[in-house]
Design a binder for this molecule. Sequence first.
Ligand code: SER
Length: 847
Amino acid sequence: MTGREIRRRFLDFFAERGHERVSSSSLVPHGDSTLLFTNAGMVQFKGVFTGAETRPYTRAASSQKCVRAGGKHNDLENVGRTARHLTFFEMLGNFSFGDYFKHEAIDLAWELFTTRLALPADRLWATVFHSDDEAFELWRRHLPPERIARLGEKDNFWAMGDTGPCGPCSELHIDRGEAAAGPAHACAGVACECDRFLELWNLVFMQYERAPGGAMTPLPRPSIDTGAGLERLAMILQGKPSAFECDLLWPVIARVQKETGKRYGAHAEDDVSMRVIADHARATAFLVAEGVFPEKTGREYVLRRIMRRAIRHEVRLGIDRPLLGAFCDTVVDTMGEDFPELGERRRVIAEIARGEEERFRETLDRGLELIDEWRAKRDKTMPGEIVFKLYDTYGFPVDLVEVIGLEQGFAVDAAGFEREMDRQRARSDFAGSGEIRAQRIDIVVPGTTCAFVGYDRLEEEGKILWAAPTDGGVDFVADVTPFYAESGGQVGDTGVAEGDEFSLQVVDAQKSAEGFVVHRGKILSGRAPRVGDRVRLRVDAERRASIRRHHSGTHLLHLALRRVLGDHVMQKGSRVAPDRLRFDFSHFAPVKDDEARAIEDIVNARVADNAPTEVVETSFDHAKRLGALAFFGDKYGERVRVVRIGRESLELCGGTHVAASGEIGLLGVVAERGIAQGVRRVEALAGPALLAWAREHETAATRREEELLRQLKERDKEISALRRKVASGGTRDLASEVRDIGGIKVLAARIDEADPKALRDASDRVKEKLRSGVVVLAGVSDGRVSLVAMVTPDLAGSRFHAGKILGEVAGVLGGRGGGKSDMAQGGGGDPARIGEALERVYAIVGG
Ligand code: SER
């Protein structure tokens, strides 16, 4: 029976018994800051159990994607070492929300197992919470008492996390026989950690909600939450010794065998490595497909740990090139039909895996060297600083160091590492996992709701339900509001709120954890508003219009990015404000200029079409079938809002939009850069904001141009001044170079960086100093020679002729020139011959 067939039989069985088939929610439990990953089928129903949320059905069944790595239910360390632990798995479950309870849950489970799945009844065992006589008696109708075990809180009390719904539970196990316990292992019975007894199904009798601090209150309606691991069922029904050999995981191991030439089952440690790779490749593929990319913090860091563990096991097996992407590809081949998000993200998954592997492989050897160096000291415990250095500089997750320690026989100072981490956190201004936390505002107004009417109206009158003073103002909630609270990347509205005795400026609107719109007010006049006051709420319409343009522009931009760059483009985040929009998405190279132009062209063609916007509410599943793009960063309920702009743009979105695309006016991309491995960010402006930007740019460009021209002129002046300075000899004392030739003072000198004017100035000055004599100067500027010759009046004409001297000198150079008896100028010729030409001057005077 294939995994797929088991899944189908399970869901069919419950659908036939009045259960709604509900599709798996995402692995990232958005809007739930108490969990890192979805770790059970009940997570998406948490609010239904506590009574905070209602659904149109009271019975449901699902096959839920789960990851158990980090947090309360963490199986990471066990993966590969046992036959059954996985970080990623599917959990089959049936749920009753105040409908049936223990009796029916137990009977349904028994019936499904022994008939629809035909598991051997004589090998099944049940466990119950030690004091749960009722469950014991209910099982007695199916099982002999010696196969019903009473266990304690550790085994038979289930809680999702430290807080949330919980209750006693009852499990069905299968006895796989003594051999499954492994050699040299004595199985301690049904609760033993060995692989003999395998838990197949957990039935939780949801009765309590645990608050922070541990206090438990009864749930409004006792409910049922069950969970059966699909891979474990597949392993048993396919007669395999471990979950890794069932059809859902085996193809990855087969691929590892092919790539390494090693055979699964030949060597125990190699088997562990192959199992780790098979599991971790699945976790990687599914998480990346949901937009979780490996990073340094939060759930992104958990993914990095998973990936780097897999890579290290590749290295252990002798794989010397990046192959994690290839193994993930096999996961996509195996699971893609049932999880379309895998196929859609195939390229993203492969690229992210390859990038991470390349980076880690670069530092892996150096990190291992560091470990060897430290080991030479023969210490028993690796100090926190070394562990931190391995983490921070070489990218070694701490649990990887622990695993290496286990293999090589040293311990790790985990507390010391944590201290180093705290220091690092204090140094950086890191503020969390990057997800915007809903503000925890305890609004206790039972039975009230806060209606948002701002899709259609910008003004509304309501009643204040809650108010609390803040620094310089007041936060308040009304029973109805046109103010959009920041969410889905769109900023909160601003505007005014007026009552009979007060007037407030609303500077922001945020959503509370319970979904209320919290207006942040500053008092303009009057007293502070109180609960029960009437209030007129008015949104700043112009600002809202700008936000709308940018939000609809974001959808068109998303569409265009996918058209131009490819379907691997998936939204990683966005921010929509009145003055600009920002869109982060997966892509593996900078967006080139011509691509950016093509993207703008597509958007603006849609703008010019003036296509109408349509909004429909439908079920999440229906929206996905329509092909609506959904952002995994958002939390979606049962009913979702689908925004269609024109024929092509279709997105799940709760934001506010233009009525027709023409309102956007024009959209331009103004910036693009990389913000993380595989993630780019573009910024764009729409409508008047773009015009304002263009004008500002033009003014700035003009100003820059003027400034450059001014600087250029200044430089020119500086250059001439410098040349003159050089020509005048600067610090050079030309008079000291004068020679006496037969009683006549003669100076023949070369001056670099001097043009004709500078040369004349210089020779004037020397002539004055000499009173009587002959001066010839040769200047070189920009490779051109200029010459000047001067003869003082007492000698000019009678004994020496400046023009003739110059003529001769120029002749040597191959240039030209001439002049009067006291002053002559010329130039040109070969600068290399200046020395020779100047020597000629002394010869002429010497006769
Ligand atoms: N929530 C329970 C579990 O995860 C049953 O679904 O085991």
